[in-house]
Design a protein around this ligand. Structure first.
Ligand SMILES: [Zn+2]
Length: 430
């Protein structure tokens, strides 16, 4: 161990969230010299989410492409994987690490298997292959758990797996799960890795609108890595700027809620037609699903779908605007539809629409459950609206309750969720 000097890698894309100790130990235990350098260089290139910004400017190409070939102690497949990392072909790199794990498994080498699986998970994550990444991390977790608890590979591998799983959760909007994984990683993380985990937790808190948790985590950061943190912020919050204190549009954030509503401008809504009716006093909520299968993932997908729905409602139905006031996509993003200043077109008659906030879950949930993100967003939105307009729980309805429809909107599953919410709103959200 003593023969290996720890050297910070100067690649700006790199080291603060990788586990330097892991690399160094591994290199030291193997053949030293050139190998240590190789191993030290390996991780910077595959720094998990960093690669998601491959197009945003900073790059890893300043790192020389390592020599290819079988070097004693380095699984040859790792060398291939590393070459792919340097070419930013992350999926192929992940596949090679996967192959390396298979070989190590056949050889009965659990440590190398675990290391390879962790590296595969990170490579896939960097390449945006979230499912493959999740599978590799899950396998890594299982393999790591079979090493002795004090094994350095187990300790550092567990940190990286939890950090990676947390990133996957964060990207998918499962904020609670992300926090759990980051905290698990924090339990044994040190130094720059620890800082990066606290920064991630502060971003989760920022997204949730939890100012206390945000500053508590910020205070834990010992060394402010401006470049790396900015990149993380871009990945997870989609902006390098600190969150503005107020969101534009409607979206004056509802007091005391973590809810950020994407204003109409974010989906380039057409202006409403002149046949709008004023909303009147807001006193009830009606929940719908749109009824069309909707599996889009990106915000851009949702935005174009909202435009299509609006066009349909205006052109085909002759309405003044999109019918609903809010639409929630499967990732839990809440979108402003029709302005709350205007009466909606969703409940079935002008009488029923008066003062009635229409919320639609994008998708068809007659036969399947909406995801946790979408459900939580629905609960938060209803909480926020009820607080803002002093509405009792008895004023929350589903479409079929307020007016039976041939389509039975929103179906029995969402009906059940709304029933639960009315029984115990605080418990309904997770
Ligand atoms: Zn409906």
């Amino acid at each position: 161990m003593g023969s290996v000097t720890r050297r910070r890698v100067s690649d700006p894309q790199a080291p603060w969230w990788s586990t330097a100790s892991w690399r160094t130990k591994w290199g030291a235990r193997s053949s030293g010299g050139r190998l240590s350098r190789l191993v030290r260089r390996r991780l910077p290139g595959m720094l998990t989410v960093a690669g998601l910004f491959a197009t945003t400017g900073s790059c890893v190409t300043s790192v020389p492409v390592p020599p290819v070939g079988a070097e004693s102690g380095v699984p040859p497949l790792w060398t291939q994987a590393e070459r792919y990392l340097h070419q930013k072909r992350y999926r192929l790199a992940g596949d090679r690490y996967r192959d390396a794990a298979r070989v190590a498994s056949l050889e009965g080498n659990r440590r190398t298997k675990a290391e390879s699986l962790v590296a595969a998970g990170e490579s896939y994550l960097t390449g945006g292959e979230r499912t493959l990444s999740w599978l590799a991390f899950s396998d890594a977790k299982q393999t790591l758990s079979r090493l002795t608890p004090s094994d350095s590979v187990r300790v550092s591998g567990t940190i990286r797996v939890n950090s990676g799983l947390g990133d996957l959760d964060f990207l998918a909007g499962r904020l609670g799960n992300a926090v759990t994984h980051y905290r698990e990683a924090l339990a044994s993380a040190r130094g720059a890795t620890r800082d990066s985990l606290h920064y991630r937790l502060s971003l989760v808190a920022e997204k949730q609108g939890d100012a206390d948790a945000m500053s508590a985590n910020r205070r834990q950061i010992l060394r402010d890595d401006v470049v790396a943190f900015r990149r993380l912020r871009q990945t997870f919050l989609g902006s390098t700027q600190e969150a503005p204190k107020a969101t534009p549009g409607w979206a004056v954030p509802l007091p005391g809620t973590p809810l950020a509503v994407r204003p109409r401008s974010t989906w380039a809504a057409e202006a409403s037609r002149s046949n709008v009716t004023p909303m009147g006093r807001i006193h009830r909520i009606t929940v719908h699903h749109t009824g069309d299968e909707f599996v889009a993932v990106s915000a851009a997908d949702t935005a174009s779908t909202l435009k299509r729905i609006q066009k349909h409602h205006i052109r085909n139905n002759g309405w003044a605007d999109i019918g609903y006031h809010f639409l929630i996509d499967p990732q839990g993003r809440v979108w402003e539809g029709r302005s709350l200043a205007h009466q909606g077109a969703h409940a079935g008659s002008p009488d029923l629409n008066r003062g009635n906030v229409g919320i639609a879950l994008l998708g068809n949930y007659k036969a399947r459950h909406p995801g946790v993100s979408q459900t939580n967003a629905l609960h938060q939105l209803m909480d926020a609206l009820r607080r803002r307009y002093s509405m009792p729980l008895s004023q929350v309805f589903t479409h079929r309750e307020i007016r039976p429809t041939p389509t039975d909107c929103p179906g029995p599953i969402i009906q059940g969720l709304v029933n639960d919410y009315r029984r115990a709103p605080a418990l309904a959200s997770r």
